[in-house]
Design a protein around this ligand. Structure first.
Ligand code: SAH
Length: 223
């Protein structure tokens, strides 16, 4: 998968994209992430990419020209499956959305700032709008990083153990069961006996029951 991110703060991605699973996916050539500084597409001598909103009101709006210039220069090189805008009013990112998007080959993610982007971009150039939750962030960068992480870990071959993404929460409409590791006894706090029994069938049943119980307790309203 190739992901092109349009942003005025490319440095914000240095942390999340250069470690752990995303770094591994890049090393294995299963994911390519390209960052594009939106200001490079401004024709203004100060590289301005925002201006006052028509009708007034507080806050600046990101301008259409540099954003469209950047999108179109990318489209000259290849076709894109989706041009995504990170937006608090977009469709909510959840596991089914991540699963379906992880099959895409080329995507653009546009990070907004200030009061958002000129509506004409949303109407005519954006193909999908994604929110990471019902709250407002200062910019789309953190949302884009979350979206990319949720997609990249699903690309076949990225996770060492293929089954592991499938056994995570939400993949079967349930949250994951509790997990334990050594020591077996920490200050009298014991690991459930059944997990030490070696009986795979009973362990699988236990995990299923725990998942069901947790899902009812914690997510009965949403899945
Ligand atoms: N005025 C807008 C908020 C702008 S916040 C409104 O009230 O809806 C600035 C930018 O941060 C947005 O353009 C968007 O790209 C990003 N952003 C903020 N909250 C987000 C969220 N919950 N999910 C995804 N992107 C978000």
């Amino acid at each position: 998968m190739r992901i092109d991110i349009i942003t005025i703060f490319p440095e914000m991605f240095e942390g999340p994209f250069n470690h752990s699973i995303i770094q591994r996916a890049k090393d294995k050539k299963l994911a390519e992430i390209h960052l594009h500084q939106l200001r490079d597409y401004s024709t203004d001598k100060h590289n301005k990419v925002d201006d006052y909103a028509f009708s007034g009101g507080a806050g600046m709006v990101m301008m259409i020209e540099p954003i469209v210039a950047c999108i179109e220069s990318l489209q000259k090189e290849r076709d894109y499956d989706e041009i995504i805008y990170t937006s608090p009013d977009g469709i909510m990112l959840d596991q089914p959305v991540a699963n379906s998007m992880s099959l895409l080959e080329n995507v653009i993610i546009l990070c907004g700032h200030y009061k958002g982007i000129d509506e004409r971009i949303r109407e005519h150039f954006i193909t999908k709008e994604i929110s990471i939750g019902n709250y407002v962030l200062s910019g789309g960068e953190l949302a884009a990083a979350v979206i990319v992480d949720s997609l990249v870990r699903l690309i076949p071959g990225v996770l060492g153990n293929e089954v592991s993404a499938l056994s995570d929460s939400f993949q079967n409409n349930m949250v994951a069961p509790p997990v334990y590791t050594k020591p077996r006894n920490f200050r009298g706090l014991e690991v459930p006996e059944i997990l030490l029994s070696g009986n795979e069938k009973l362990i699988e049943e236990w995990k299923y029951e725990q998942s069901l119980k947790r899902t009812k307790e914690r997510r009965h309203d949403s899945i």
